[in-house]
Write a protein of this length. Structure first.
Length: 247
């Protein structure tokens, strides 16, 4: 879904809106979306940030703008000196237009590649367009998943299975809400889909799960306070089972 010619490097720094409109217009030029989708990308950013961390932002349209999507695809704009995204500085801006579950699949693929901080930083100012293209189209090695475990004894761990609701699945908006909550929780929250696990305080990790609507995931909450653990599990379940338009 990414063509070599859809990767643009060495762009001068601009405003966040200009960067969004730039990649939006690239999507239009490549026949992925209609022109109205560009305004929807700007509107989406006003509702929730599409900054993923590690110098990467992935702007896309609102739920209501899906009718403007012609075919799934992404475009990439590199800003070596960065774009002020409010919550961080974006050096790699990936414009996304996707049909159906392709939205979550593409987010998952990009997040899995770019959650490696060193790899992401290596792409910030490279002059090698081919390198940028090859890295972003690499199929991640599933054997490289994070296997770290916290062996510290904590009280009252909770595990439950939850089926994801909402047409969009676990994409940027619900993921960002989960991450915001998890960062304020005094303990560990992990979401698992099949063999892949994500620390809930990392948006890259959560998006890399690639969980779509009707997928069943497992929530594990572990902290020193059993009641707080139960409350956290309830909140993550609420987010996962609430359609995007109601969040």
């Amino acid at each position: 879904m990414l063509a070599r010619e859809a990767v643009v490097t060495g762009l001068p720094s601009v405003s966040k809106e200009e960067a969004i409109r730039y990649v939006g217009n690239l999507l239009v030029e490549r026949g992925h979306v209609g022109q109205s989708y560009v305004d929807a990308m700007v509107e989406r950013e006003e509702k929730v940030s599409t900054f993923l961390g590690n110098g990467v932002a992935m702007p896309h349209g609102t739920f209501e703008s899906k009718e403007a999507i012609v075919r799934s695809g992404i475009v990439v704009a590199q800003y070596p000196d960065g774009v002020d995204w409010g919550v961080g500085t974006a050096h790699i801006v990936i414009g996304l237009g996707a049909v159906g579950d392709d939205h979550v699949a593409i987010l998952s693929h990009m997040a899995e590649i770019l959650q490696d901080e060193d790899q992401a930083e290596a792409l910030w100012d490279t002059t090698d367009q081919e390198l940028l293209y090859k890295v972003l189209t690499t199929i991640p090695d599933e054997d490289d998943e994070d296997e770290d475990e916290d062996d510290a004894e904590t009280g009252g761990p909770i595990t439950r299975s939850v089926t994801i609701a909402g047409e969009g699945g676990l994409h940027a908006r619900p993921a960002s809400i989960i991450v915001e909550y998890a960062k304020g929780f005094d303990g560990a929250i992990v979401i698992t889909k099949e063999e892949k696990s994500a620390k809930a305080n990392s948006i890259m990790s959560v998006l890399a799960l690639g969980a779509v609507a009707n997928d069943t995931v497992e929530i594990t909450v572990e902290g020193d306070n059993g009641a707080a653990n139960a409350a956290a599990a309830d909140e993550i379940e609420r987010i996962l089972t609430t359609p995007e338009e109601e969040l």
